[in-house]
Design a protein around this ligand. Structure first.
Ligand SMILES: CC(C)(COP(=O)(O)OP(=O)(O)OC[C@H]1O[C@@H](n2cnc3c(N)ncnc32)[C@H](O)[C@@H]1OP(=O)(O)O)[C@@H](O)C(=O)NCCC(=O)NCCS
Length: 175
């Protein structure tokens, strides 16, 4: 059962089949998806959607689809991933280009972080990103992230690892 979270502007809900067109458009856009494994053909983007959904079944947490409460449009994803063989969990996000620059990833992150600490009772929420991913780094610093390690990951890339605190202004979430 995938929980639904509500923030001021977003409904964070289970990914579903009709989100596919937004996944496909994001992964078809080389610039938009560059730091998220793109570009990908549509059939591979569909596999990402299936993987995002399956992660919840396998791990009990995962990526929520982000739906705008204003118009019901699906605009991206945010959540918690920990694939097998990866040394650390990560808070992760992607937004369609038109949804960027409005603080929506920050808003979704605060709910996801609160969920991890309060519902999953994690001791520490972490993330990491490509050194060149300036937008993600700014987002993490805005969330109060602090570098706690620099580490080599299984894909052969070294990355900073950030701890993300439970901030006082984070929302209360219930399962
Ligand atoms: C990473 C990513 C989700 C960040 O998106 P974003 O729109 O910059 O992040 P936010 O939604 O939190 O918005 C923050 C921006 O909106 C602005 N903003 C406007 N209103 C705001 C508000 N109410 N609150 C916070 N920020 C606001 C901020 O100033 C900030 O802009 P700046 O970074 O130019 O200073 C986006 O770049 C993305 O989808 N990248 C591709 C996928 C990816 O690389 N994911 C990370 C892998 S590690």
């Amino acid at each position: 059962m995938i929980p639904t979270l509500e923030t001021e502007r977003l409904l964070m809900r289970a990914p579903r089949d009709d989100d596919f067109s937004v996944y496909a458009a994001f992964y078809a856009d080389e610039e938009a998806s560059y730091f998220y494994g793109g570009p990908l053909r549509a059939d591979m983007a569909w596999r990402r959607l299936a993987s995002d959904l399956g992660h919840w079944q396998l791990r009990g947490y995962g990526i929520w689809a982000l739906e705008s409460r204003a118009d019901g449009g699906m605009i991206g994803g945010c959540g918690l991933l920990w694939p097998d063989g990866w040394p650390r969990s990560e808070l992760t996000w992607w937004l369609s280009p038109g949804a960027r620059g409005q603080g929506l990833a920050t808003e979704a992150s605060r709910a996801a972080i609160a969920f991890a600490y309060d519902v999953l009772t994690w001791d520490l929420v972490e993330t990491h990103m490509d050194d060149r991913n300036e937008a993600a780094r700014r987002l993490v610093l805005r969330l109060g992230g602090e570098v706690i390690a620099r580490e080599m990951f299984p894909d052969g890339r070294e990355r900073d690892v950030f701890a993300l605190p439970r901030a006082a202004e984070d929302p209360q979430v219930r399962a």
